[in-house]
Design a binder for this molecule. Structure first.
Ligand SMILES: Nc1ncnc2c1ncn2[C@@H]1O[C@H](COP(=O)(O)OP(=O)(O)OP(=O)(O)O)[C@@H](O)[C@H]1O
Length: 255
């Protein structure tokens, strides 16, 4: 594909003047209005913005779950706009991991079986060793045989993380991964996600409403009315101070 040559080598995902409209005519809603941004490999980006600003739409377009109405999305060097539905499904299976607010674990299966099952359904076998490695990477090596009902909310979300990471995806997409968790378990999941970036170089994109969650990232991107308004680089993280600046920035956007 000739388009791949234009992708900077360091970006795992790149959006170029991406537009997304829902509906037509009088009912048309512009969810993304010319968004251009690259997500460098090995970095953790948080996407924030007021309700309806286009965060989930950006995530869905960047992950190949939805198609933009205009512009271009490159994931792992491939142009999503040039792909049919089947090719996008394969791209998601082989290159992308997802975590959502709801863990969506199967209650009757063990943690290890939950990690293994979706890949097998998608036609991609993962070995026992890969499952064990994924559980170890999220700090749950000793919980492989436990069922979801025997795990805390934070541990269940970490099983969902292991499930997303077992195929070693190029990019992990997380939509409000701590939205259903209390402060303590939320911190535990964020620490795990941060560790995966630092130790495994896991490129991660996370949508969140929570400034504390966003402070775990390297960069916070702010959206308003479908446009990127700002980008805050957190450099060496300083926890609460970053969360306070992020919250102040959000308050200005929502004013
Ligand atoms: N399937 C859809 N059909 C029509 N309009 C949609 C659809 N999905 C999103 N929208 C609209 O697109 C805009 C952006 O929505 P999006 O869900 O991306 O925002 P968000 O920032 O994630 O919001 P929230 O924080 O409330 O989840 C909103 O105006 C929303 O109403």
């Amino acid at each position: 594909m000739t388009t791949t040559r234009q992708e900077p080598a360091s970006d795992a995902v790149r959006l170029t003047t991406v537009h997304k409209e829902y509906g037509v005519g009088d009912h048309a809603v512009t969810a993304l209005d010319g968004v251009s941004i690259g997500f460098p490999r090995g970095t953790f980006t948080a996407i924030m913005g007021p309700s309806g600003s286009g965060k989930s739409t950006l995530l869905q377009c960047a992950a190949g779950l939805d198609r933009p109405t205009g512009g271009r999305v490159l994931v792992a060097g491939a142009d999503i706009g040039q792909m049919n539905e089947r090719q996008r499904t394969i791209l998601r299976r082989d290159h992308i991991g997802f975590v959502f607010q709801a863990y969506n674990l199967v209650e009757s299966l063990t943690a290890a079986q939950n990690v293994e099952l979706p890949s097998r359904f998608a036609g991609r076998r993962v070995s026992r060793g890969q499952v064990a490695d994924a559980l170890a990477a999220v700090g749950l090596a000793d919980r492989a045989g436990h069922r979801p009902g025997e795990l805390s909310g934070g541990q269940q979300q970490r099983v969902a993380l292991a499930r997303a990471l077992v195929t070693r995806p190029d990019v992990l997409f997380a939509d409000e991964p701590t939205g259903a968790l209390d402060t303590v378990t939320s911190r535990e999941v964020l620490r795990t996600m941060r560790g995966l970036v630092d130790e495994e170089g896991q490129t991660t994109l996370m949508v969140t409403h929570d400034p504390v969650a966003a402070a775990a990232a390297d960069v916070v991107v702010f959206l308003k009315d479908g446009r990127i308004t700002d980008r805050m680089s957190l450099g060496r993280r300083s926890g609460n101070r970053d969360a306070a600046s992020i919250a102040a920035h959000m308050a200005r956007l929502e004013a």
